[in-house]
Design a protein around this ligand. Structure first.
Ligand code: WT7
Length: 651
């Protein structure tokens, strides 16, 4: 991108915090007056219990940070055991709702502890020790947070792979991390149908020879094949195992020991293993969770994300449990059995805080407010949004129809890499503007830079950067220090480059404007154009592919692929379906193109570079930009005509 980002959008509505909310809010206005170091020092002492207290707050050797130096702790101890020891064993940690109606269970902190201890003891049988990398490929079953906490208890780093990813994605991650054990389940419930996770796991393990043990959680009871000597059912293997915490003490970990890797897409075909460590991550997630979601002892909190993404790690598992929160965990989709399922859940448990993504809000908007109207949602006092820029209309709809016109809506900006929310309103302080994520969280310093690395004045747009390290920040890309430097620390010297466009308004509020690199955002999930292109070109009949995102009313962006088949063949609808399945097989169903346009040629510059900007213009039906640098301008007209024919068919 050569031009500085134009910031044209103007939104004038604003919502001051309700007086009663402001009066009792965890975060009061003085919170912004604190010195960042003092803020994080205090958060480090208040939010986490250390086995050995930290000696120094932080160390910054660009681009590497360390936090809470010398401190030792255990994430599971902080999330579970200490609450039981403090007498909160009877408090509910999770209300779990399965997708099939009526399928529910309740975990108090005491029963969560028993389950975690038994799970950890069973993992030990498979050889898991401090430092053993464990992969977790589960749907939203209680065993997912239980397995993560069991790993944390033992000091075994985990990587959770979202259940929608393919065998190849799973094996790629397991091989990259060197995983020795995999935890999966027979089948997961998704949209009323069982999805065969163990079968995908079998395929993945076939090309991940380092995995010598596989623990299978039984969910549906569906048929699975078990390999002797490698695979065990959890319910069988755990039968004789103790759930007494004394049999499995929490391993003391250094603040900087690896807690987990979370793989995420970048601008190449290979996902990056984002490194998150223990102390800073726990302080950062719990401090933000406490202040932004205004967590009180009686809060019933529901983050409707999947634990397979960073949102679930930070704001379903580690942050909320560290804060002794009562949460809802829901296994399925929002339309099972009907489109009011979410609102039924809110009413049943008296949910007070709901955190979800714009794509979900727009889906509910499309279905209409009558589904929410069927239920009493008056327990809600705060709503949150994350994953992509939220359109002001969706924001206002959310506040009006879900929040009853009373609740603040916090639009929270962050990334897999940041580990914790960095830019956000604080609900008892901030005057909200629909579509603005407001300000850096206390202790966080952000800015918007122009192309030359100068801070832009109010009203202007540019690139979002972070000017000082924060506790939950990534500590690197697993096994790839060069890529770490190149991706985040090379665009502008000395600051973290987020890859997002942003605008700063006259009040100093930030408006996030989407990715500025070759990364798409589909339903709040990051997908790399090049990853999808590589998956397409992997098909034996594909000669070339170019992928871009187009605007989509529900998913934010949808994936459009332009494909040239070998031998100048013309694509048929069957070929289109086959290629979509091929991408699903390589990456996962989330990466399937919404549309594929077959074309005899892709628009290229004379030096052979694909002009993505033009493809984006075609996909979004925009007037085409400059085509003079193209080797053959006629190609674009051809593509436009084919795309238009395809759109007509889609409708
Ligand atoms: C990218 C990070 C962090 C959890 C979900 C996604 C976009 C995220 C917002 C927001 C505008 C947002 C950014 C960011 N994004 N939240 N409130 N407003 N954009 O995690 O997959 O690591 O993606 O999501 O583009 O860079 P992720």
């Amino acid at each position: 991108m050569t031009d500085d980002i134009a910031a044209l959008f103007v939104e004038n509505r604003s919502y001051p915090p309700p007086a009663d909310f402001a009066a009792t809010a965890n975060a009061q206005p003085e919170i912004y007056d604190q010195d960042p170091d003092a803020f994080w020092e205090r958060a480090g002492r208040e939010r986490v219990t250390w086995f050995t207290p930290f000696e120094r707050l932080s160390e910054w050797n660009p681009p590497y940070a360390k936090w809470y130096i010398g401190g030792t702790l255990n994430a599971c101890y902080n999330c579970v055991d200490r609450h039981v020891e403090a007498g909160a064993g009877e408090k509910v940690a999770y209300y779990w709702e399965g997708e099939p109606t009526g399928d529910r269970s309740v975990f108090t902190y005491a029963t969560l502890q028993q389950n975690v201890v038994r799970f950890a003891n069973t993992l030990k049988r498979l050889g898991v020790r401090k430092g053993t990398p464990v992969a977790i490929y589960l749907g939203m079953v209680p065993e997912l947070p239980i397995a993560m906490l069991a790993c944390a208890r033992l000091g075994a780093p985990h990587t959770v792979v979202f259940g929608g990813f393919s065998a190849e994605s799973l094996s790629g991650r397991m091989n990259d991390m060197g995983c020795e054990v995999l935890v999966t389940q027979d089948e997961a419930w998704r949209r009323g149908r069982p999805v065969a996770l163990k079968q995908v796991a079998d395929e993945a393990m076939a090309s991940a020879p380092g995995v010598h043990g596989c623990m299978v959680v039984r969910r549906t009871g569906g048929e699975v094949s078990m390999r002797e000597g490698r695979d065990v059912f959890y319910h069988e293997a755990s039968a004789g195992e103790s759930d007494d915490p004394a049999t499995c003490p929490c391993e003391p970990m250094d603040a900087e020991d690896l807690l987990f890797l979370m793989y995420t897409s970048g601008t190449t075909a290979r996902p990056k293993g984002i490194v998150h460590t223990t102390g800073g991550y726990l302080v950062g997630t719990s401090a933000t969770h406490h202040h932004i979601f205004d967590i009180k002892p009686d809060t019933v909190y529901w983050c409707a994300a999947d634990i397979g993404w960073i949102t679930g790690h930070s704001y379903i598992v580690y942050g909320p449990l560290c804060n002794q929160t009562t949460s809802v965990l829901y296994e399925g989709t929002p339309d099972q059995p009907d489109k009011d399922r979410w609102w039924e859940i809110v009413e049943r448990y008296g949910v007070t805080v709901l955190y979800t993504a714009p794509t979900a809000i727009r889906t509910h908007m499309k279905w209409g407010p009558e589904y929410a109207d069927r239920h009493d949602l008056s327990s809600l006092r705060l709503l949150g949004s994350v994953g992509e820029p939220i359109n002001p209309e969706a924001w206002v709809w959310y506040r009006t129809h879900i929040g009853g016109g009373r609740t603040p809506v916090v639009d929270t900006w962050w990334q897999t890499e940041t580990g914790m929310i960095l830019i956000t309103p604080l609900p008892g302080i901030t005057t909200l503007k629909p579509g603005s994520a407001a300000r850096p969280f206390p202790g966080v310093e952000a800015a918007v830079y122009n192309n030359e690395g100068k801070e832009v004045p109010p009203g202007a747009g540019g690139y979002l950067v972070l000017k000082r390290p924060w506790p939950a920040m990534l500590r690197g890309i697993f096994n790839d220090p060069d890529r770490y430097v190149e991706t985040y620390w090379s665009r502008f010297p000395g600051v973290y480059f987020a890859g997002d466009g942003a605008r700063i308004d006259a009040d100093g509020d930030l408006w996030l404007m989407g990715r500025v690199d070759d990364v798409m955002n589909v339903s709040g999930h990051r997908i790399s154009t090049i990853e999808v292109e590589s998956a397409l070109v992997d098909h034996p009949e594909v000669a070339e592919a170019a992928v871009c995102g187009r605007a989509d009313a529900i998913t934010g962006q949808a994936i459009v692929a332009y494909v040239t088949l070998k031998g100048g063949l013309d694509g048929s609808p069957d070929k289109l379906a086959e290629l979509r399945e091929h991408v699903a097989g390589k990456i996962g169903r989330i990466a399937m193109p919404a549309n594929i346009v077959f074309t005899p040629d892709l628009p290229k510059t004379r030096s052979g570079k694909i002009m993505r900007r033009l493809l984006r213009d075609v996909a979004d039906h925009r007037k085409l930009g400059d085509t003079t640098t193209l080797a053959d301008p006629a190609v674009v007209q051809e593509i436009q005509a084919r795309a238009a024919a395809g759109d007509a068919k889609e409708e």
